[in-house]
Ligand binder design. Structure first.
Ligand SMILES: CC(C)(COP(=O)(O)OP(=O)(O)OC[C@H]1O[C@@H](n2cnc3c(N)ncnc32)[C@H](O)[C@@H]1OP(=O)(O)O)[C@@H](O)C(=O)NCCC(=O)NCCS
Length: 186
């Protein structure tokens, strides 16, 4: 089917809501972080495949900071929208909120960015429609995604440099400021 070249993020925006039940808890009696991650992956998939009208895979997840714990009986809502499109990749921004249904108080538990890649029937990455940015917020989100992509690339290069130009005496000197004991056995 012929794909439109550009689409508005509002056409793929989605919210999913799920009640937190006792079987989702961890040893501390709170909702397991993995349950929230799994829901985030689901909403990212729906949002990306709606935009691409194709099967999509999760390529990477940009930092998930759990700001608040989630309790049994709360209603978790995950809002997702496409923030950025490349050729075959899409950045899906996800905001997670948890609502105590008894007192109607909602808390923001985390925000994260999933990079999803669209695949064709031969499992090759395929071109997705670009974005029509219609609001200041959509332009800002797109810009933030571009910046995050650049920073990720810089971090990759700098981390690789530690590997390729590793200098043990220099590392030992730098690590004196960190909370570790060097007790070499090699
Ligand atoms: C992610 C994946 C599709 C990338 O494949 P690839 O052969 O590197 O594909 P390409 O080089 O054509 O890259 C495709 C796109 O993915 C992006 N991409 C690849 N790896 C990425 C990463 N780690 N983070 C963000 N984007 C990434 C590329 O920038 C490219 O974007 P663009 O088309 O918008 O420019 C491939 O590694 C894959 O299928 N991984 C498994 C995904 C999966 O199973 N996920 C579920 C986890 S259980």
């Amino acid at each position: 089917m012929q794909q439109p070249d550009f689409k508005s993020p509002k056409l793929s925006r989605i919210t999913i809501t799920e009640l937190m039940i006792p079987s989702y808890t961890n040893f501390g009696g709170k909702i397991h972080g993995g349950v929230i991650l799994s829901l985030m992956d689901k909403v990212a998939y729906v949002c990306a495949s709606r935009h691409a009208r194709a099967y999509c895979v999760t390529a990477s997840i940009d930092t998930v900071d759990f700001l608040e714990s989630v309790e049994v009986g709360e209603l978790v809502s995950l809002k997702a929208s496409i923030n950025y499109t490349g050729r075959s990749s899409m950045v899906v921004g996800i905001r997670v909120e948890s609502e105590n249904v008894k007192n109607n108080i909602a808390k923001h538990t985390n925000t994260s960015y999933f990079t999803m890649v669209a695949k064709d029937d031969r499992h090759q990455s395929m071109q997705v429609p670009g974005l029509i940015l219609e609001t200041e917020e959509e332009i800002r989100r797109f810009m933030e995604s571009v910046k995050r992509k650049q920073l990720k690339q810089t971090m990759k290069i700098e981390t690789q440099q530690i590997k390729t130009s590793f200098n043990l005496p220099e590392a030992i000197r730098l690590l004196q400021k960190e909370r570790c004991v060097i007790n070499r056995r090699d």
